[in-house]
Design a protein around this ligand. Sequence first.
Ligand code: ADP
Ligand code: MG
Length: 483
Amino acid sequence: MSYMLEGRTGSWEIVVGLEVHAQVISKAKLFSGAATAFGAEPNSQVSFVDAAFPGMLPVINRECVAQAVRTGLGLAAEINLESRFDRKNYFYADLPAGYQISQYQMPVVGRGSIEIVLEDGSTRHIGVTRLHLEQDAGKSFHDRDPVLSYIDLNRSGVALMEIVSEPDIRSPEEAGAYLRKLRSILRYLGTCDGNMDEGSMRADVNVSVRKTGEPFRTRCEVKNVNSIRFVMHAIEAEARRQIDVWEEGGEVEQETRLYDPGRGITRSMRSKEHAHDYRYFPDPDLLPLVLDPAWVEELRSALPELPDAKRARFIREYAIPAYDAGVLTVDQAVADYFETIAKGRDARLASNWVTGNLFAAMNETGRSIENPPVSAAHLGQLLDLIADGTINGRIAKDVFEAMVETGDAPAAIVESRGLRQVTDTGAIDTAIAQVLAANADKVAEYKSGKDKLFGFFIGQAMKATGGKANPAAVNEALRRALS
Ligand code: ADP
Ligand code: MG
């Protein structure tokens, strides 16, 4: 079922293309040796190149190029062995050079694709048009002083990858899935940390609407949206605005807009008449970027297993449901954790424990998979205690909670709290005899045909053993006692 918005004149389809700016993980900037650490003292990581002192020459950082190539390979994209850097000219106070070095006509990475999985389990491929390298600008602060603006050039010259999608996205859900998948791939590759709240990944959202079967209509670009949720909201808000314009007999004008999360609307930032003319031209300070095919192959062979491949392998190797495999492979550290406990054990049970109890405990404690509330070794030991019958599945949940609280190994908790499973038939028979004696009226009802009471007796007998009895043994003993 495709996603449509209803208007007065019928159903409308949404068309979205995303331009994602992803900050490259690299110790130094794209064309200078200055550091890139987040949160440093303002203007403490600025070289003469970044501050655009006259006569300073940019020198390309090999590692930033490697990161872009790795990303291109991870997006199954064409790597352009020859690309070029251009100057994109515009004036802004936090852009001291008066231009940004970017790649306009010849980007380092060409066409690729990203597979997304939707809520109903279906998959789609979203085309990637290109990926190019460019410099970030500085940052202006207009809210620190009533009359002065402050400028921090730490970000000036930091390497960004701009990853442009085809207009293949058809709903807010697909946009969300695309961004999550892209972020997951970038993190696996180690080429961008994907932290949208720190601004290291941000999206420009191009939106248009059309009636089914029509060619594309005019789009608007919603600039610099900094969370996946806001991207999804902005698409819906902007599409509704455009539908109203068309249905009232107007024309959507191509323009740049901003999303206001507080009010849930987009508003105009600059119209087409104010569109920039950047007067791109090849940067005379830089030679064309020519890559050695052997170097590209070297980078390719060093790529890690990526989310799609890992997901497919988990389904195949561990026979877990596709949905679980998807959840477990979003984050490489989660996938590693799962594999540590799944190897040689009941993988489905391992998956349930990770996606259920472990994730819940991470939420409650605010801890991450890098510093988990229960280590993989301990959770594996807990599964072993269930498998060898030391505890039952019900008690295992209590043991897990105690593990979160204390950090102790599961065996120690089972011993110190006396939680071993009761399999001793004598003890189970005694508990059942007590339960039946205390509920003589219900026993009579059961015997006169009220079969449902069997569950009640099971519950009471389990309770009488403190939940520790082996449920199968209780079931069998109860049948014997009642027959
Ligand atoms: P520009 O060079 O002006 O930025 P591009 O053709 O590179 O324009 O497109 C920029 C982004 O806009 C791409 O992500 C593309 O998929 C998207 N886009 C293009 N046309 C449309 C449209 N009609 N509706 C929605 N998005 C579109
Ligand atoms: Mg653009």
